[in-house]
Design a protein around this ligand. Structure first.
Ligand code: ACO
Length: 431
């Protein structure tokens, strides 16, 4: 646990309380209020956790004002340009970049766990064909705890390790199976000769009647999408995983909880919502109508793919993703498709518009990822499952970090109660 560097003083009803100030390795100082309730009999109020750190973590650092994202200290731009998703998984899980031998060993372990228990195929078949793949994934990942009994003991470091590798390895298989099931095609088994991203593309697009040739540009773009979504410190789904895990729930159940949270349109569901919005706008001449709607508080409409809770300058992932979008669309020769034209024009207008500029609403990573995935041939319903595959390593790394903490406690927020004070029950005849 970090030691206090100095103290802050809180004066309440004439009494003074001393609050230790903790200094992180980078970033703003943190007031330690853990003893506040015991000493002063008050809670703090922070819905949405805009000013509250819920844990110590050494995995990811974000500076929202500078538009900086570091994993274990390494900038995302450098990782996206020089590393691979599988190497990033190692870095997030174990804290350091691997040597060549460590990377080969880790890649081998992940690759050898990509198949799912054959009986899981039956489990898929219980779902309706038109189920959203995220609905199927929440169910199937939760059900992994019914299939892998030998990696459920959270107090055994080896079982935690095996569960982690299993989830990183099997989530692409499960997402691809959910996709295949929804389009009525047979499941495609994983192939160890492919890379992590290439294997996922193959499981999605190969059919028994015809091999799928993995295009290296698309494979690299998919790998990048995975890297750019791998971890993002204490976002909603990661906090959900930590909260679920804090009760001692098994890792598969915790990741299923994270997937459920990710599905929301304000979080991982934004890439699907964004592309659907671009299609609904349809043509460039309708953009002003949508910009006006986004500014109108009564409309309840937001420009999907714009804005971020933490980034108030730019989203560094969006910059890399934009480059990838140009590459992929160039390769596929579809730079001029109508959705893309709407996206480009919307981006141009929003970046100049006073409302968006003053509120610091920039295109986020999801604005571009949907465009790439659409060009690759994925239906919009697969966008969030791909985010889930990518984020699995972040969830698992954060979960492992939490479980390994010595004084880990169950998460239990307090509340500002605004309901009725105590009153007596009234018999139904007298109400
Ligand atoms: N379009 C129009 N106005 C917006 C948008 C938007 N996309 N986002 C925020 N605003 C406005 C709000 O109305 C608010 O205005 P006000 O100050 O006049 O009331 C102001 O900007 C601040 O917005 P908040 O909702 O308070 O910001 P918060 O940090 O809570 O929300 C969020 C961030 C949820 C991402 C929000 O910007 C949003 O809904 N964006 C669209 C959905 C999206 O793209 N989500 C993806 C996030 S990235 C990810 O999960 C990988």
């Amino acid at each position: 646990m970090t030691d206090a560097t100095r103290t802050a003083t809180l004066t309440l009803d004439g009494k003074e309380y001393s609050l230790p100030v903790l200094s992180p390795s980078v970033g703003p100082d943190v007031l330690d209020i853990r003893k506040l309730y015991g000493e002063a009999d008050v809670f703090t109020f922070d819905p949405g956790f805009t000013s509250t750190a819920a844990c110590e973590s050494a995995i990811t650092f974000i500076d929202g004002d500078k538009g900086e994202l570091l994993h274990r200290g390494y900038p995302i731009e450098q990782l996206a340009a020089q590393s691979t998703h599988i190497e990033l998984c190692y870095l997030l899980l174990y804290g350091e970049l691997p040597t060549a031998a460590q990377l080969a060993d880790f890649t081998g372990r992940v690759t050898k766990h990509t198949m799912v228990h054959e009986q899981m195929h039956n489990f898929f078949r219980g779902f309706r064909r038109d189920a959203h793949p995220m609905a199927t994934m929440v169910g199937v990942v939760g059900a992994m705890s019914a299939f892998y009994h030998d990696s459920l003991d959270i107090n055994d470091p080896w079982q935690r390790e095996v569960a982690s590798i299993r989830m990183i390895a099997k989530l692409p298989t499960i997402a691809a199976m959910a996709f295949k099931y929804s389009v009525g095609q047979p499941f495609v088994y994983p192939k160890n000769a492919f890379s992590y991203a290439g294997n996922f593309l193959n499981m999605c697009f190969a059919v028994p009647a015809e091999d799928y040739v993995v295009n290296p540009v698309l494979e690299k773009a998919m790998d990048r999408i995975m890297m750019l979504h791998a971890d993002h410190e204490q976002n909603a789904s990661t906090s959900t995983v930590r909260l679920a895990g804090s009760s001692g729930a098994n890792p598969f159940a915790c990741i299923a909880a994270g997937i459920a949270c990710l599905w929301g349109p304000a979080h991982g569901g934004a890439n699907q919502a964004c592309l659907e919005m671009l299609r609904e706008i349809g043509t460039v001449d309708r953009i002003p109508e949508y910009i006006a709607k986004a500014k109108d508080k009564n409309s309840g409409f937001r420009l999907m793919g714009f804005g971020h809770r933490v980034y108030k300058n730019f989203d560094p992932r969006a910059t890399v993703m934009k480059e990838s979008a140009d590459e992929v669309l160039g390769l596929l020769g579809i730079e001029n498709n109508p959705t893309l034209q709407v996206a480009k024009e919307l981006e141009r207008i929003a970046l100049q518009d006073e409302y968006f500029v003053s509120k610091k609403l920039y295109p986020n990573v999801d604005f571009y990822s949907g465009i790439i995935l659409d060009a690759m041939g994925f239906p919009t319903s697969m966008f969030t499952p791909i985010f889930a595959i990518s984020r699995t390593v972040g969830w698992i790394s954060q979960w492992k970090e939490m479980i390994a903490e010595k004084n880990q406690k169950i998460g239990r927020p307090r509340q500002l109660y605004v309901g009725s004070p105590k009153r007596d029950y009234v018999n139904i005849r007298h109400r």
